[in-house]
Structure formats: C-alpha cells, structure tokens
Design a protein around this ligand. Structure first.
Ligand SMILES: NC(=O)c1ccc[n+]([C@@H]2O[C@H](COP(=O)([O-])OP(=O)(O)OC[C@H]3O[C@@H](n4cnc5c(N)ncnc54)[C@H](OP(=O)(O)O)[C@@H]3O)[C@@H](O)[C@H]2O)c1
Length: 333
C-alpha cells in the first residue's frame, strides 16, 4: 500500500516521501481501516521538523497522520463493537501515527462511527480539533451564560470551538483577520474581533474563560481579560504541573517547566485564576458525543481545501502557512 513517511527530521520538502509498504494486520484488539480521508494538523509539521521530539519519539521511517475517516475492512479477534463495512473516524495516538496511508490498524477503543449525515472528507476534519476542544472546555467547566474568548476563530480548532461553545450556551468572542470576519460570524460567534482593526484587550472584559490557541503573549494577556477567578485554558502555552504529572514527566523536568512558566504563575495568582495547558488524548466516547452534535447539525465541519494524496507536501506547506480557514484535508482513497 502507499504511505507517506517521515524519513528524517527536517524541512517538509526534504524529510517526507511516499513508500510502498505492507498492509498492516490488526492485532486482536484492533480494527483495520481503509483510509478515505485524513486531516492535516499543525502537529504533523511539528513531528516532521522534530520540534516535539522530546515528547513524542518516532522511529524512521514512520508513516505520518493522526486524523482519519474510513471503512473497517477487518476486525481483530477480540473486537466486538465494530464490523467489516462500518464507516468510522478517529484521532490515533500521537506515538503511533499512520493515517496518511491506504490502510491503518488502530486500537478499537479509540475509534467511533462517523456522523451519518456528513461524508468522509468532512468527518476526517473533526477528531483532533473536536477532541481538543471538548477536553479543553471540560477543563474550563464551560456552562450556559459564560463569556468565552476563543482566539483564532477561523483556524481548525477555533472554527470547531465557536460552534461547540455555542452548544453550551456561552457568549463567544473570537479573533480573526478581515477576510474571515463574515464567515466566522456565521459559525455563531457573538462578537467577532478583527485583529487588524481592533484591539481585543479593549473589547473583552471580565471573561469567564479564555481558550488560548495562539500562545506566548496571548497566554499572558489572557489574564488581563478574564474576571477574578476566571479560567485560562491553553493548547499552546506553557505546560502546567498537573498536565506534566499526567504525562509522567519527572520532577527535574517539572522543576524546569515551573521556571519557564513563572510569569503565568504570577499572573494567575494575581487573578486567582485557573490555568491549564491541555494536550488532547484520543477518546472514542467523546467522539460519539461529537457525532451526536454533528448529526443534530449543531456543529458543521469547516473545510478549507481538499488535496489529493499526491499533493501531501503542498497540503502540509499550506498548513504551515498558518492561514488555513478551517481544516485542510488529504483525500487518500
Ligand atoms: N495541545 C493540543 O493538544 C493541541 C491540539 C490541537 C491544536 N493545537 C495547537 O493549537 C494551535 C491552533 O491549531 P489550529 O489547528 O487551529 O491551527 P490553524 O488552523 O493553522 O490556525 C490558522 C488560523 O489561525 C489564525 N490566526 C493566526 N494568527 C492569528 C492571530 N494573531 N489572531 C487571530 N487569529 C490568528 C488564522 O487566521 P488569519 O489568517 O485571519 O490570521 C488562521 O485562520 C496550533 O499551534 C496547534 O499546534 C494544540
């Protein structure tokens, strides 16, 4: 089968190549999935460039890709919840990527049936951004009436998060640039802030939650716009100690991380705020909950561009440009 593999860490155009490899055989707890579509995510180029190699160690060559939708073609002997022909979607574990391939064997406990009202391409756009947001906003204990600022509302994460926060009854502020303002408004955001013309720090006051998808100064400035006792949930900011413990990091590394986030700790104490850096985990139950929201049309996937499998490098470079409007999809089948 054809697979897009990482052959070494480095630039996108120098470090990946298509290879012909054997179709994997599912273990007893796995399903073999014929991949129809796979979404591209920023983590894909981070893996290629080696910028997360301290946390996610890969052997070479490794088939890339974390999101997929496709059809089950074989089930392991111990799998009872899936059958051949099931149309499914998943975000596979970071340490075992491989959705940029014609087939992948995946542990059945991270797989869910895809929403029945949307196609494969749209389904593959959801797992990573959807699970990240469900897990981040669960940390924030989002509830009806909360005021939330979601940064980068036109990105893959932001375009899902706006719709998800609205299903929770929140009042949504979001930031984007002029070209995206109109369509982001249509996702349900109550106040779209055009960052090229307006300063969100002057507009958002006493927010209950900031969902930080940009990091650095945006993480620090989040403490200016939350209310006393508010919550800052980042997916790109400095790692907090609870997340570090959950990832099994040793006490020396946790000490170094604490030094790195001194400013966040100080800002957070001043505001009596709750700060977490969420690193998403595969989760089939949460995918099932997302399917229900998609089937009710409370959440609609936002697709920017669909690339053919052969155009994978272009798709990855486009993702890296940081200008995607929703999700970028690789059509594998
Ligand atoms: N911790 C985790 O588990 C986890 C999970 C998922 C993602 N992430 C991280 O979260 C970040 C966002 O991911 P993504 O998939 O949403 O990225 P993305 O789709 O590449 O985001 C692109 C969008 O960001 C917007 N943007 C860029 N700069 C902006 C700014 N200063 N203000 C407002 N919007 C801005 C762009 O809009 P304009 O063109 O209008 O500027 C564009 O629409 C990435 O760094 C990713 O690695 C982490």
């Amino acid at each position: 089968m054809k697979a897009l593999q990482l052959t070494q860490y480095g630039a996108i155009d120098k470090s990946i190549a298509f290879a012909e490899i054997a179709v994997p055989q599912p273990k007893s707890n796995q399903v073999l999935i014929k991949v129809h579509s796979a979404a591209i995510n920023p983590i894909d180029y981070h893996l290629i460039e080696g910028s997360v190699k301290q946390v996610i160690k890969l052997d070479f060559p490794t088939t890339l890709g974390l999101d997929l939708s496709g059809t089950v073609t074989k089930v392991g002997t111990g799998v009872t919840n899936f059958a051949e022909g099931d149309e499914v979607y998943t975000r596979v574990p970071s340490e075992s990527p491989g959705t940029f391939a014609e087939y992948i064997a995946v542990d059945s406990n991270v797989v869910a049936k895809k929403p029945h009202n949307i196609g494969f391409e749209a389904s593959s756009s959801i797992p990573l951004v959807g699970l990240t947001t469900v897990q981040a906003l669960a940390q924030a204990q989002i509830k009806s009436g909360d005021k939330i600022l979601i940064h980068a509302g036109s990105g893959g994460v932001g375009s899902f998060a706006i719709q998800y926060a609205k299903t929770k009854g929140a009042y949504v502020y979001t930031t984007t640039s002029t070209k995206n303002v109109d369509w982001v408004k249509k996702l349900g955001a109550d106040r779209v802030i055009d960052y090229t013309k307006e300063n969100y720090l002057e507009i958002v006051k006493d927010a209950d939650i900031v969902y930080d998808t940009l990091g650095d100064k945006y993480t620090e400035d989040a403490f200016q716009v939350i209310k006393q006792g508010g919550k800052v949930i980042s997916i790109v900011g400095k790692i907090d100690d609870q997340t570090a413990k959950e990832f099994g990091l040793n006490s020396f590394i946790r000490f170094l991380l604490a030094l790195k986030r001194r400013k966040i700790t100080k800002l957070s104490r001043k505001k009596k705020a709750y700060y977490r850096m969420v690193i998403m985990q595969p989760n089939a139950q949460q995918l099932n909950e997302i399917s229900t929201l998609v089937e009710k049309e409370a959440i609609k996937p936002v697709i920017d561009k669909v690339f053919s499998f052969d155009q994978a490098k272009e798709a990855l470079l486009y993702q890296k440009s940081g200008r995607a409007k929703g999700k970028i999809i690789l059509k594998v089948l």
